[in-house]
Design a protein around this ligand. Structure first.
Ligand code: MG
Ligand code: ZN
Length: 222
């Protein structure tokens, strides 16, 4: 009898993720896998980015949570297409869950899709979803030692958004040291510093993302 092993599960996930990626590429849609620990500000960053970009591009959101539809309600109140995935205890999204969510979204009228992963710095990087970009949020109150503790996440992402920089005067967080640490783990990574509370830094992050979105749309048209 064949005993299923983790590698089989991961390769099955990779096949489905490739299917999702094809579907998204066909639509010229840029999907961004947003990862962070709970409370770092994933939903807050998505809300701020919607605010910054909604006059320039068409956005949609997939919300992943273990339970509840609170974050999806927040997005829906902004009149942005959204699907909530409840994983029922699973601590990450997988390609199959995202595939189901993609079927519920009007993909042909979207340009940029956020996929908010479950709050967790460990296994979300093991499960490709079909995304074009991986972004992680690291928030100032979590401390500047997270790259030591979760190097896999910091090494896997295209961009790191340092959130809650309005708290820097009150929390011990060595920003220069943190930047040095993350570029040591991931030399090509983009690092942004934002506050979703004051709006500081959001424009630079949103501009970068809009550039990636228009690149993707242009690639689709040629
Ligand atoms: Mg959230
Ligand atoms: Zn997990």
């Amino acid at each position: 009898m064949k005993i299923p092993i983790v590698e089989d599960i991961l390769s099955a996930n990779d096949r489905l993720a490739a299917e999702n990626a094809r579907l998204l590429a066909d639509q010229g849609l840029l999907a961004v896998n947003v990862m962070a620990s709970p409370g770092a500000g994933k939903t807050s960053l998505i809300v701020q980015t919607i605010d910054a970009l909604r006059d320039h591009t068409r956005l949609g959101v997939i919300e992943g949570d273990i339970a509840s539809r609170l974050d999806a309600d927040t997005i829906q109140a902004l009149q942005i297409p959204v699907v909530q995935i409840n994983t029922g205890g699973t601590c990450h999204l997988d390609a199959n869950m995202v595939h189901g969510a993609l079927e519920q979204l009007p993909l042909d009228v979207l340009d940029l899709l956020f996929i908010e992963n479950v709050g967790n710095l460990i296994c979300p990087t093991d499960f490709a979803l079909g995304e074009a970009l991986k972004v992680m949020i690291a928030s100032v109150p979590e401390g500047d030692d997270k790259p030591y503790k979760y190097p896999g996440m910091f090494a896997a992402v295209d961009a790191i958004v340092v959130n809650k920089i309005d708290l820097l005067p009150y929390v011990e967080f060595d920003l220069a040291g943190f930047r040095q640490l993350v570029t040591g783990l991931n030399s090509g990574v983009q690092v942004f510093q934002v506050s979703c509370t004051t709006g500081e830094g959001i424009a630079a992050w949103a501009d970068w993302l809009l550039g990636k979105t228009t690149d993707r749309m242009a690639a689709n048209q040629t």
